[in-house]
Design a protein around this ligand. Sequence first.
Ligand code: NCD
Length: 319
Amino acid sequence: MRDPRHLLSIADLDRAGVERILETARALDGVPPENRPAKLPTLAGRLVITLFYESSTRTSSGFELAARRLSADTMAIRSAGSSVDKGESLKDTVLTLAAYEPAAIVVRHPQVGAARLAAAYGGATVVNAGDGAHQHPTQALLDLYTIQTTFGQTVFGRFEGLHVAIVGDVLHSRVARSLVQALGLVGARVTLVGPPALVPRGLESPGCERSTEISAIEPADIVYVLRMQKERMLAGANYVPSLREYTARWGITPERLRPGQKVMHPGPINRGVELDARVADSSDSLVVEQVRSGLVVRMAVLHDLLAQGVPAGEIAAVA
Ligand code: NCD
């Protein structure tokens, strides 16, 4: 089901595809600020639409800025305030937007499979910016890029043997699903950690373990923390006895970390619940770096899908 026109899932990429995107991002990132033009001409005259049916700060701003830095025209549609409020379906919304002949539509939607549907309706390239608890491929790519930046740039060798513990509400997390796949592709080791009801068994793949004990984070190089995604939890279901108990047993505090252990979080953080504020603000937190990576990685993804003829090296040369 791999269609090179779209990025709907990490499964749309093989290891070479992941490497290509990370290399393009690195080329974009490598230009010193003083030599950097305000914009690269790559997507001049083309339109990138961001269509968001769910709240977003980092992903929507990252895509919009990425498209603008590549000289695309951008148009941001949020479900609130659009005709979605009046009952318009995803299909009609996508068909309407397709009339403007966008080069790409970036879609976030609460339903699993929404981005794939959007790809089937319109003629544009579709990038999945999150569909329910299913996939969020650009988050996984920016996380790999952040890891690369932090642990050294000679990279793929380095991913092998790297150990990432993903802690928290894995069950409802599209970030975890994408990241487990992406880390698997590049050969890293993953341990999923959290309350039994929130760490599903099905996610385990070769090289991926599962534990309900917080002590399982100890050997990890990186502790990747997830929010309790209440908006996807079934009403009345008790996944954890209480939030206080969750924090007491699985919350990430300085005391639970080894010195130098790096901490990541896709945001938004609920300080004091899954992540202690002292950890969020410490020098071992890569959270701000993840946001920074989001810009160049989304530029690289748009470049990869819409302008693959231009080799990564030339992007830097243009700059
Ligand atoms: C995540 C998302 O929306 O899937 N956030 C993000 O994109 N940075 C994670 C979350 O909402 O907890």
